[in-house]
Design a protein around this ligand. Structure first.
Ligand code: ZN
Length: 69
């Protein structure tokens, strides 16, 4: 066994509210699976409070491999 190091970049994707165009949609922590087997995630706008469901949770955090060292 040996250690293997990787440098990662973190990419954050926010979903800006379609209702007020100001707030970010924040995942509420609850989700459900639809009749068509798609998981939807409930969100609430941090500014206007509108509630919307999306097929992904926002803010979305992704780790992108940059290089090996
Ligand atoms: Zn809003």
């Amino acid at each position: 066994m040996s250690e293997n190091h990787s440098l990662l970049r973190v990419r954050k994707t926010d979903y800006i509210c379609d209702h007020c165009s100001e707030g970010c949609m924040m995942y509420s922590g609850s989700s459900m699976v639809t009749a068509t087997a798609v998981r939807i995630y409930y969100h609430r706008c941090e500014i206007c409070g509108v509630q919307v469901a999306f097929p992904a949770a926002y803010p979305k955090i992704e780790y992108i491999q940059e290089a090996n060292q």
